[in-house]
Design a protein around this ligand. Structure first.
Ligand code: SAH
Ligand code: SF4
Length: 384
């Protein structure tokens, strides 16, 4: 059975099962996992601590390259968008977003209110020169959810990504880091709905956090979802609430939310909020509420007041994202004054509320702008 799992998606236990017919020992399985996940080495000839016979046997299996980086584009703000081409030709995008830093590490933002909250990060001593990079990864080719403001949803779902294809994005991201940069956070906020591809997403989380692999701390990983209630519960149970959770809310009443996000018909706000209350969040951690502000649809102070009431009692921080324009829709962001007015209502009510800065603008790498290469919108999605 283990040989059905692509090499990059195999756990050490699965490698052990795969190696049994090749006379490999369990500790060899661990070594191979480390070579692949920690050092991105797929060529068995380079796995120098393995017995020569085992290297030969592995070479005969021909461990395939999961993806190639077909294009890399750099925005003026340092954000990089990588176009990853899978073996079947499908392409997805992954984005590297460097933190705001200076010669002594993180500099306070010139506009503190504009900075996204990073309050869960402990200080890092002795790493003054390192630039911490957040990587945004994709979980599907396209997306079936059809949110009105999102380019990924426009062409519909082409296919799910495998865990190997999700992890390979992180390996490619790591390889693309510049000198002095360190991959510090991974956010599942690229193309696709991670929880609609639950099994592969969960497997990728186990692989990325495995101590013998990339070994990311689960608290540095955030899965963003449009609100698939049963899978939120599964994620909470499977990882003990340790994986960061971001919920794309975008509205404070069902009518508005359903117009923006069809998923709300299936899991309306009351059901979704119950799922958030039940999420086994560790102490002092918070759920991120994402709220894309769309002019004339969900951006009025009255709606902010509704949101205040809706979220009362939940451990949350709110990220406001002025909508990034997309080709397929005439919807757009409110004026900055409107964004600030919306934020003020939440701040005055005691919520941590940040306006997410636009990153990677000039290479269309900002939230919701990741589109399928060459995909034409099936319909214009300005139906709200
Ligand atoms: N499918 C998941 C994760 C990917 S989208 C989800 O919906 O949560 C990541 C975030 O970008 C979501 O909060 C999404 O609503 C937001 N987003 C999508 N399109 C956007 C756009 N055009 N402008 C701003 N934010 C957008
Ligand atoms: Fe899919 Fe998320 Fe885009 Fe909605 S916002 S269409 S769920 S990727």
């Amino acid at each position: 059975m283990s040989l059905d799992v692509p090499p990059l998606a195999r756990t050490p236990q699965e490698w052990a099962a795969a190696l049994a017919p090749l006379a490999g020992r369990p500790f060899h399985a661990r070594q191979i996992f480390q070579w692949i996940q920690r050092r991105s080495v797929l060529d068995p000839e380079r796995m120098t601590d393995l017995p020569v016979a085992l290297r030969r046997a592995l070479a005969a299996l021909q461990l395939p390259q999961t993806l190639t980086v077909a294009q890399e584009r750099k925005a003026t703000d340092g954000t990089r968008k990588l176009l990853a081409r899978m073996r079947d030709g499908a392409t997805v995008e992954t984005v590297l977003i460097p933190g705001v830093t200076g010669p002594r590490g993180r500099l306070p933002s010139p506009v503190p209110a504009m900075e996204e909250g990073d309050d869960d990060e402990p200080g890092e001593e002795g790493q003054g020169e390192l630039v911490r990079v957040t990587q945004c990864i994709s979980t599907q080719v396209g997306c079936a959810q059809g949110c009105a403001f999102c380019a990924s949803g426009v062409a519909g779902l082409k296919r799910d990504l495998g865990a190997d294809e999700i992890v390979a994005q992180v390996l490619a991201g790591r390889a693309a880091l510049g000198e002095g940069e360190r991959l510090s956070n991974v956010v599942y906020m690229g193309m696709g709905e991670p929880l609609a591809n639950y099994d592969e997403t969960a497997r990728s989380l186990h692989l990325l956090t495995h101590p013998d692999g990339i070994a990311l701390s689960s608290r540095r990983i955030t899965v963003s979802t449009s609100g698939l209630v049963p899978e939120i519960a599964r994620l909470g149970a499977e990882f003990g609430g340790k994986i960061g959770l971001a919920i794309s809310l975008h509205a404070a009443d069902d009518e508005t939310r359903t117009r923006l996000m069809p998923i709300n018909k299936k899991y309306p706000l009351a059901v979704l909020l119950d799922a958030l209350r039940a999420y086994p969040l560790p102490p002092r951690r918070r759920i991120t509420i994402e709220y894309t502000l769309v002019a004339g649809r969900n951006d009025q102070p009255a709606e902010a007041r509704k949101l205040v009431k809706l979220l009362r009692g939940l451990p949350v921080k709110v990220n406001l994202i002025p909508m990034n324009p997309i080709e397929a829709s005439s919807l757009g962001p409110p004026e900055m004054a409107g964004v600030l007015a919306y934020q003020k209502v939440l701040c005055d009510a005691g919520y941590s509320c940040f306006i997410r800065r636009r990153r990677g603008d000039d290479v269309s790498a900002a939230c919701g702008q990741l589109a399928l290469l060459g995909a034409k919108p099936r319909v214009r999605v300005d139906r709200t």
